[in-house]
Design a protein around this ligand. Structure first.
Ligand SMILES: Cc1cc2nc3c(=O)[nH]c(=O)nc-3n(C[C@H](O)[C@H](O)[C@H](O)COP(=O)(O)OP(=O)(O)OC[C@H]3O[C@@H](n4cnc5c(N)ncnc54)[C@H](O)[C@@H]3O)c2cc1C
Length: 389
């Protein structure tokens, strides 16, 4: 056991198994994909076959029926081993909307197929170019016509859209002017992208600073069968909100995994690199940023742990999920920064993987929710100050 591992970790065996799987996908694998902006199909298949992506799907639908803390352990371990769970993490939690709010027929049709890997539910279409964080101002509309909805509009940053069979889509079904609250009138749909592609659905990848397979998605009179509406029309925003605590806790776990990877890598290099006749890690100027990042990571981990426990008790961990996500993203960034600095010039060399992970971990201060919005949540909902937007 080392300082990164808890003595009383109920998921120690699970982590060890995930680590074993990850060892089959070393740095070279991720470097090649990064250069080509390729999708880690083999890695995602391996995770699917091992049942990890179905961790949260109940056993009656063919999943592992594990709690959120197990899913967090899986994602944390993936990141800690230097892999990238962003290629598939959404498959774990998007299905929660179908599980919680879908009809019996939808659950029977989709959940077992998602659990087995026969269907990929990786894409979550919420963000739009003009509305961004202001989700309820989104402009994509879904208009009911008989037994179908006609969808028009655009999404942006729809990650993995090219590598998913289904998309969970949030669209406006009642104009904003006609609803009492702007959060009403939005609905959630399961879009079968295999059927819609070329028939009103266009997907265009966006090249980003890291390999994330994110896309722009355009809807031009795209038809969605009415039976693919999840839950009640007009309540979609609430359904999406219901999944956000889980999403934030899982992303926070990934950041903690990243922080551990950076810290371990930095410590190892600080001990082995000898200059002026001694390891660079003997200098406190090198030690302290790494030690500080470690302290930040541990603090974030404790909050995330508390959030996971609350979630598993059936409580709403809004405060912990938001704080945990923000603190974990900041800790992973501090660790990334310390790791690059410790490596000097080699921190910029691709073969060390530090620069790749550095680029990858930066995202989590912006997505799935940016730091300012977390602070707004805390200011308003936890501290009771006036709403700012
Ligand atoms: C690589 C990547 C993958 C993503 N994947 C997905 C996905 O799969 N599905 C999906 O739906 N979305 C996805 N997103 C979108 C992501 O959730 C948004 O980028 C994020 O929510 C911020 O929205 P925005 O980019 O429109 O920024 P904006 O909303 O335009 O905000 C810009 C800046 O202004 C700040 N700001 C805005 N309003 C306020 C305010 N009231 N007070 C203080 N500060 C404010 C924000 O904090 C931010 O720093 C992804 C984004 C990226 C970059």
């Amino acid at each position: 056991m080392d300082c990164m591992t808890s003595a009383v970790d109920p998921h120690a065996d699970l982590r060890a198994e995930v680590a074993k799987l990850c060892a089959r996908f070393p740095g070279e694998y991720w470097r090649e994909l990064d250069a080509a902006r390729g999708y880690p199909t083999d890695f995602v298949r391996a995770l699917t076959e091992a049942g990890y992506l179905a961790a949260l799907i109940p056993e009656e639908y063919g999943g592992a029926g594990l709690g959120l803390s197990a899913a967090a352990a899986i994602l944390e371990e993936i990141q800690r081993q230097g892999c990238n769970g962003a290629a598939c993490h959404a498959q774990m939690y998007i299905m929660g909307t179908i599980l919680r709010h879908g009809s019996a027929a939808q659950k029977a049709a989709y959940l077992p197929a998602i659990a087995s890997g026969a269907l990929r539910l990786q894409a979550f279409g919420v963000t739009e170019p003009t509305s961004g964080t202001d989700t309820t101002a989104l402009r994509t509309t879904a208009r009911r016509e008989g037994d179908r909805y006609i969808v028009n509009g655009q999404k942006i940053w729809t990650s993995r859209a090219e590598h998913s069979d289904l998309m969970l889509l949030l669209a406006r079904t009642t104009p904003r002017e006609q609803v009492a609250k702007k959060t009403e009138g939005l609905s959630t749909f399961i879009v079968d992208m295999r059927q819609a592609l070329g028939k009103g659905l266009t997907i265009r990848p966006i090249r980003t600073m890291m390999n994330h397979n994110s896309c722009e998605v355009f809807f031009d009179n795209m038809e969605v069968p009415a039976e693919n509406l999840v839950g009640e029309e007009g309540k979609g925003f609430r359904y999406v909100l219901d999944g956000m605590n889980a999403e934030r806790l899982l992303i926070a776990a990934e950041c903690i995994g990243d922080a551990k990877w950076f810290i371990e890598k930095a410590v190892a290099y600080a001990k082995e690199r000898v200059l002026f006749g001694r390891p660079i890690g003997q200098n406190q100027g090198v030690q302290f940023p790494i030690a500080r990042a470690y302290a930040q990571m541990r603090a974030a981990e404790a909050i995330v742990q508390k959030g996971l426990e609350k979630f598993e008790r059936g409580e709403r961990p809004g405060e912990e999920a938001n704080m945990g996500k923000m603190l974990a993203a900041e800790a992973s960034w501090a660790a990334a920064e310390a790791c690059v600095q410790t490596h000097g010039g080699f921190g910029f060399a691709e073969e060390y993987d530090v620069e790749r992970k550095f680029r990858e971990t930066r995202l989590y201060q912006v997505a799935p929710i940016s730091t300012n919005l977390v602070l707004s949540y805390l200011g308003e909902h936890v501290l009771g100050m006036p709403r700012s937007y």
